[in-house]
Design a protein around this ligand. Sequence first.
Ligand code: DQA
Length: 147
Amino acid sequence: PVVAVLNGPNLNLLGERDPQAYGTATLADIEKLCLETGDRLGLDIDFRQTNHEGVLVDAIHELRRTAAGVVINAAALSHTSVSVRDALAVVEGPVVEVHLSNIHRREAFRHHSFVAEVADGVVTGCGARGYAMAVEHVAHLVAAAVE
Ligand code: DQA
């Protein structure tokens, strides 16, 4: 089974961008962590990043039936995008949202996430480790569904 790990705008700049909020891990480090977690759980990881809302919507459509589950950090689009939310609503497998920072401890405009409304779970504020936790939770939900 394949778990898609999707990343939205500006996450390509991790490592240099606001390390106070997001830590020092680069997106390549996070990809490696996801691949290691996938290896341990017998899952292939399809790891992607885009700065473009429509590209993210297209990726979700492409993966909606083939991915066993989706982990998504839609970044700023979490707080703005009804189209990303609506695309995620048609994903067949489980969806787990992840944020590096604790969005509830930050500016008010980050407190609401459209993605959370269609997610099976949310991991926020656990840094890069949150991605591993999210992949593990998707694996758990996928295994529970086939039992
Ligand atoms: C983020 C939180 C968002 O509010 C922000 O726009 C991001 C990153 C996080 O991982 O903490 O780009 O999704």
